[in-house]
Design a protein around this ligand. Structure first.
Ligand SMILES: *[C@@H]1O[C@H](CO)[C@@H](O)[C@H](O)[C@H]1NC(C)=O
Ligand SMILES: *[C@@H]1O[C@H](CO)[C@@H](O)[C@H](O)[C@H]1NC(C)=O
Ligand SMILES: *[C@@H]1O[C@H](CO)[C@@H](O)[C@H](O)[C@H]1NC(C)=O
Ligand SMILES: *[C@@H]1O[C@H](CO)[C@@H](O)[C@H](O)[C@H]1NC(C)=O
Ligand SMILES: *[C@@H]1O[C@H](CO)[C@@H](O)[C@H](O)[C@H]1NC(C)=O
Ligand SMILES: *[C@@H]1O[C@H](CO)[C@@H](O)[C@H](O)[C@H]1NC(C)=O
Length: 358
């Protein structure tokens, strides 16, 4: 403003001043350009410490010192692979670049030491088909961590969930967002049960629970599995307890063919059945009726024996008069016998005595 006023008052010098004004403008524009040049980046710019393959739409970022998700993921990315980056916490909207949604379909985040998934961590990825979070160390999973993944078909969480986060995982997975989920892999997480509250909210075709700590799968869960005919459940390398509580599961294994690795599902307890495939057990091994009957029959035998004992004692007690009489009779009979013997002895001894006397 001041400059313009000055130009007005010094009309003679106006031409010269105008050119200075122009130069100053150019200089300012150049500075602005320099300052903001990273935002106006060329189409194929690749985030630092990443390798980009434009043809396949793949961006791979490995072993950087960064503890964050790169902020400048190219718009053309269809597959993003981050690995060995010590991310620790996956923050809300970690993949929201410049406030726009990414068209990415596959995201691999294995081996990043991720400990926490914040709510809406995968916001802005509405086309995501595959999410691999395997081999992390999840201790905290927000119930809204997987919100917005409406097209997710495969979710891998192998060797990633620490026991502290198992209950949270169950909550996080029960979101309606995951209704298109086809394949869920949860191998090697020391799970003690199926970490899903319901099965009918997904479109699950494969549920992988191998190498966990599942000891039994109860009747309610088996009923639900029968209802979801299309689902295949992988359960090898779990320490199954082969007692009668496994009955429903045993029959499901034998006649549902929903368990492709059934032959490798082995008993770990009791010791006599260790290593035996569950489906090779006999019906009576898992028959609660049988087990109960056995217990009942032992109790019954005990009671019968006790009763017999009591009855015997009662008989003795009630007949104590008769028994006395009977004992007396025996005693008398014995005495008679003895007397007879004594008499005979005396008679027999006489001749001998006579002989001696002779
Ligand atoms: C941010 O988005 C706007 C419009 O969507 C776009 O013109 C601009 O290039 C984007 N910037 C970055 C850094 O992606
Ligand atoms: C990962 O990052 C955290 C800080 O965010 C640091 O304390 C830790 O040592 C790092 N671990 C590795 C293996 O680099
Ligand atoms: C675990 O996840 C990976 C993906 O990272 C997958 O390739 C693998 O087959 C999964 N299953 C097991 C049992 O490890
Ligand atoms: C099962 O998981 C444990 C860790 O939870 C791992 O050490 C072991 O190698 C795994 N076994 C198989 C057969 O994958
Ligand atoms: C499995 O059974 C438990 C209770 O026994 C229940 O809380 C859980 O929701 C069931 N899961 C499925 C998928 O049916
Ligand atoms: C599975 O087998 C058991 C025992 O043979 C039978 O009682 C049950 O009805 C069968 N269930 C199905 C769904 O075929």
């Amino acid at each position: 403003m001041g400059e313009k006023m000055w130009i007005f008052h010094n009309a003679d010098n106006s031409k010269c001043l105008f050119s200075i004004w122009n130069q100053w403008c150019l200089c300012y524009a150049a500075v602005v350009c320099l300052l903001f040049s990273p935002t106006v980046r060329p189409e194929d710019a690749c985030p630092s410490s990443c390798v980009c393959a434009r043809d396949s739409g793949t961006v791979t970022c490995r072993d950087g010192d960064d503890t964050d998700v790169p902020g400048d993921i190219p718009e053309w990315t269809s597959t993003l692979i981050l690995r060995g980056r010590n991310i620790s916490t996956l923050q809300r909207g970690a993949f929201v670049a410049n406030g726009t949604e990414l068209e990415m379909t596959a995201l691999s985040l294995s081996y990043n030491g991720i400990k926490a998934l914040e709510p809406y961590a995968f916001l802005g990825l509405p086309r995501l088909h595959l999410l691999d979070l395997s081999h992390n160390r999840l201790q905290s999973i927000s119930a809204r961590a997987f919100h917005g993944l409406l097209e997710l078909r495969s979710l891998y969480l192998n060797y990633s969930v620490l026991p502290a986060a198992t209950a949270q995982l169950s909550n996080a997975l029960s979101t309606q967002s995951l209704r298109n989920l086809h394949r869920l892999e949860l191998a090697g997480n020391r799970l003690k049960s199926i970490p899903l509250m319901r099965l009918d909210i997904y479109n699950l075709h494969a549920l992988v629970l191998v190498n966990n700590s599942i000891e039994r799968i109860g009747r309610e869960n088996v009923t639900v599995l029968y209802e979801q005919r299309r689902i295949r459940v992988y359960l090898s390398s779990n320490p199954f307890w082969c007692n009668c509580e496994l009955e429903a599961f045993y029959y499901w294994l034998k006649n549902s063919s929903q368990c492709p690795d059934a032959a490798r599902i082995l008993c770990s307890e009791p010791e006599v059945k260790r290593g035996i495939p569950v489906e090779k057990l006999l019906g009576e091994d898992v028959d609660c009726m049988n087990e109960n009957l056995e217990a009942v029959s032992y109790v019954f035998l005990g009671i019968v024996l006790a009763l017999i004992g009591v009855v015997f004692l009662m008989v003795l007690y009630l007949n104590r008069g008769g028994i006395k009489r009977w004992l007396n009779n025996i005693r008398e009979a014995c005495r008679d016998q003895m007397e007879v013997y004594h008499y005979r002895y005396e008679q027999d001894s006489d001749p001998r005595l006579a002989n001696v006397a002779v």
